[in-house]
Design a binder for this molecule. Structure first.
Ligand code: ATR
Length: 277
């Protein structure tokens, strides 16, 4: 067994994951001694890989696409936010040997918006594009900020309506198809579809973004995503991608594991610099 505490991110594919770089920077910054690696794990090997990792003394894991839903099923116990999101991106070994499952994606997004970009969510009109796993993970933390309205729009309208219904008790939320967005306006539009990754966009009517509004794509890349470009073309005050969310969700996971909160700004700045070169 290694003397250094071991952590890893599991995913498929995982080669381009920035998580090892982010957690190593956090460890260096906070003086924590740990190892963090990236492991290629297809869904059918998840159970075996995770059981072995913890049996061999591993302390914690991050799980990414397509493993978050399986990780949710694996955890012995889940936080309320993980319970609601039906997905787990962080597994942490507990003192009693059990495995806690958490989801830090939503809080990562909200922290990035509020703390790093000064975009307050209370009392504004928010639109989420997409009704898959990525949307589900961010709804509860957004509703906690008391927006004026939260609308989920999805290509398959029924999925948006069902997802919204699940969160009715937590705030003002409705679901609809893209057609129903005509003549409506929002102060913040969040793209949680997987369309952007393949350079595609949902059909968004012109005038959808209110004057002074902001856009945020949960996805990120070395080049601006299709949705970030849409935001710029539609005069968004800020049109951001999900790099900050990635670093903030990692910081929250690091805190769960180590009890220490790393500074995120220097890491975001460094990663931003690196992708420009
Ligand atoms: P994730 O876990 O990343 O959210 P997912 O559960 O497969 O992945 O959901 C993908 C989301 O992107 C869905 O909301 C999907 O819309 P449908 O439910 O109608 O399939 C949305 N999506 C994917 N490609 C899209 C496209 N080209 N245009 C609009 N929406 C798209």
């Amino acid at each position: 067994m290694s003397l250094i505490d071991r952590y890893a991110v599991l995913g498929h594919p995982i080669k381009h994951s920035k998580s090892p770089r982010i957690h190593r920077l956090f460890a260096e910054q906070t003086g924590q001694l740990l190892e963090y690696s990236a492991l290629e794990v297809p869904a059918e090997q998840f159970q075996t890989a995770v059981t072995m990792f913890f049996a061999e003394g591993g302390k914690g894991l991050n799980c990414t696409v397509p493993l978050k839903e399986i990780a949710w099923g694996y955890a012995d116990r889940k936080t309320e936010r993980a319970q609601l999101s039906k997905a787990v991106n962080t597994l942490a070994l507990q003192a009693d040997g059990s495995i806690l499952g958490d989801n830090t994606d939503g809080i990562g997004l909200v922290t990035d918006l509020i703390d790093n970009h000064a975009i307050a969510l209370s009392n504004i009109r928010i639109l989420i594009l997409g009704a898959g796993g990525a949307s589900r993970g961010i709804i509860a933390p957004i509703l906690e900020q008391s927006p004026q309205t939260l609308v989920i729009a999805n290509r398959t309208e029924d999925k948006a309506a069902k997802l919204a219904a699940e969160f009715h008790s937590k705030g003002s939320i409705t679901g609809c198809g893209y057609d129903a967005l005509k003549n409506r306006q929002f102060d913040l539009i969040l793209n949680a579809t997987s369309a952007s990754l393949s350079g595609q966009l949902p059909p968004l009517p012109t005038g959808l973004l209110a004057a002074g509004g902001n856009c945020y794509d949960l996805a990120y890349g070395n080049e601006p995503t299709a949705f970030v470009r849409w935001g710029l073309e539609n005069h968004a005050t800020k049109s951001l991608d999900g790099l900050g969310m990635l670093v903030e969700q990692a910081a929250e996971a690091f805190f769960i594991w180590r009890g220490v909160r790393p500074k995120t700004r220097p890491v975001i700045e460094l990663l931003n610099l690196e992708r420009r070169h």
